[in-house]
Design a protein around this ligand. Structure first.
Ligand code: 5AD
Ligand code: SF4
Length: 464
């Protein structure tokens, strides 16, 4: 008997072939992606499905036959921006009446959103949640056949994993590999566990095969993705632990390996040990701290203390002395006092991150924090985030200045945006480096002597 996975893949392929056979001219598509790298990777699968349906990527959303918004709902402004852009597209339909508008991803999975779309956004033709992504070809066929709106949102809490999905990768040099889906942590402010469901890991053999194929195709830099990669494998009895997977991938011939996101409570000594010994694991780690006060961390349900976090940072820096740390920080969490905010500032001074993503707390309906009274005004939260950004800016500037004179290995991937005589790429620390070069450097890792630091990027001279 074929299993559930085989049945779905078969259904998918049949729907894809029927769509590919039906249109006399190839339809064009345009995907707009919001949010995190997981969404970027999901969009690569959606693009793979669309191209297998015979569709071509459109250069502009205004001229496309089918526009798909892959949305994020982690903060209110991400959601507002997506809905604003979807609504704007409605106007385009006046000139392009055959345009089909689709919305998928985390926002659709939010409780109540499907009903909201039915009532308030009648011009959306197709909407499906994160768990329904593998059914996209079937939903698309239904839409094309009926020309009536199709909405499908699954309420299951554990996502089914289907291997062997189509994919059109955005870069031939760098690639994302999703190693697990979902999150079990339920930080009090965060909507992700509600929209992405519980943690489900892919089988390590599939991950390793994907990485080997990417290496064979010339990809030099892979990023392993998951909401909390440190708990990889825990949902699969007998599976490799994350540090074991990382150690294995270090040996398969990929030049560079990164991973994100790591939860500070789950960064194990074994993982730090692997990071210290590995040859291809980059010396960069994204370690979201969220806050510097133990009272707030406890309230956020982060399940570590400031002291534990600093201990992990100390151990990481002992094992990997030049590691570049980055983080996420929330300001204006309900109840945050001025003194507590200052604890965030002092932690930032102590850790000296290479970079930080800073956010004003945004209440998300359905999360415990959204039920707490908001005590920090918008003005106060804005003043606090500005103070934090100014501090981080000065630390970033000092960190980058400290790199001048060093030699970094840079994977060149594109022409510089500001100066066409220059090419740009990332160093091991995940910092962009620009250097005078020509197109022949693209896709190569080259030694670059750092000559100057800009606000968030470096300037250098290629040594070969
Ligand atoms: N408000 C503000 N920031 C949030 N984040 C997650 N949820 C919220 C929220 N409700 C931030 C966290 C997380 C990052 C991806 O987004 O810092 O690490
Ligand atoms: Fe959200 Fe916390 Fe899970 Fe990260 S670890 S996705 S912040 S619930």
């Amino acid at each position: 008997m074929p299993d559930k996975e085989e049945v779905l893949i078969q259904e998918q392929q049949e729907a894809i072939s029927r769509i590919a056979a039906r249109e006399d001219r190839p339809l064009s598509y345009y995907i707009v992606t919001y949010g995190c790298q997981m969404n970027v990777r999901d969009s690569e699968t959606l693009a793979g499905m669309l191209q297998n349906m015979g569709m071509k990527e459109a250069g502009d959303r205004r001229t496309a036959d089918f526009v798909l918004f892959n949305t994020c709902c982690v903060r209110e402004n991400a959601e507002r921006r997506a809905l604003g852009n979807v609504t704007w597209l409605k106007e385009i339909r006046k000139e392009n009446p055959n345009l089909l508008i689709a919305v998928c991803g985390c926002m659709i999975q939010e409780p109540g959103m499907a009903e909201k779309i039915i009532r308030q956004y009648p011009f959306i033709d197709l909407a499906f949640g994160t768990h329904n992504l593998p059914r996209f070809p079937m939903l698309m066929e239904k839409l094309l056949n009926s020309r009536r709106r199709v909405i499908e949102v699954s309420d299951q809490t554990r996502m089914d994993i289907y291997e062997g999905q189509p994919v059109v990768r955005q870069s031939p040099h760098e690639a994302f590999i999703t190693i697990m889906y979902g999150c079990n942590n339920f930080c009090s402010y965060c909507i992700v566990p509600y929209v992405r469901g519980r943690e489900v890991s892919r089988e390590s053999s599939h991950i390793i095969k994907e990485a080997e194929e990417l290496a064979a195709s010339g990809v030099k830099d892979i990023t392993l993705l998951g909401q909390n990669v440190n708990s990889y494998g825990l949902d699969r009895p007998g599976e490799l632990r994350f540090h074991e997977l990382l150690a294995f991938l270090d040996s398969i011939g990929i030049e560079r390996i990164r991973f994100m996101t790591s939860h500070p409570k789950d960064i194990s000594d074994e993982l730090i040990d692997v990071m210290g010994k590995a040859k291809h694991v980059c010396h960069a780690l994204h370690l979201p701290v969220q806050h510097g006060s133990n009272r707030v961390l406890h309230d956020m349900n982060r399940r570590y203390t400031r002291e534990h976090y600093l201990d992990r940072v100390h151990k990481l820096r002992t094992a990997v002395p030049d590691i570049a740390l980055s983080t996420d920080i929330i300001v204006g969490y309900p109840g945050e006092t001025r003194e507590e905010f200052e604890e965030t500032l002092s932690l930032v001074r102590e850790v000296r991150y290479a970079s930080a993503f800073t956010f004003i707390y945004s209440p998300r309906v359905g999360t415990p924090a959204a039920r707490m009274p908001k005590t920090v005004s918008k003005e106060e939260a804005t003043a606090r985030i500005e103070e934090l950004i100014a501090l981080q800016k000065s630390i970033t500037a000092e960190t980058l200045q400290g790199m001048v004179g060093e030699t970094h290995r840079v994977l060149f991937t594109e022409q510089s945006r500001r100066n066409s005589a220059q090419f740009a790429g990332k160093n091991d620390y995940n910092i962009t480096v620009n250097a005078d070069a020509d197109e022949s450097v693209i896709g190569r890792i080259l030694p670059v002597r750092i000559t100057a630091a800009k606000e968030t990027t470096l300037q250098g001279i290629i040594l070969e």
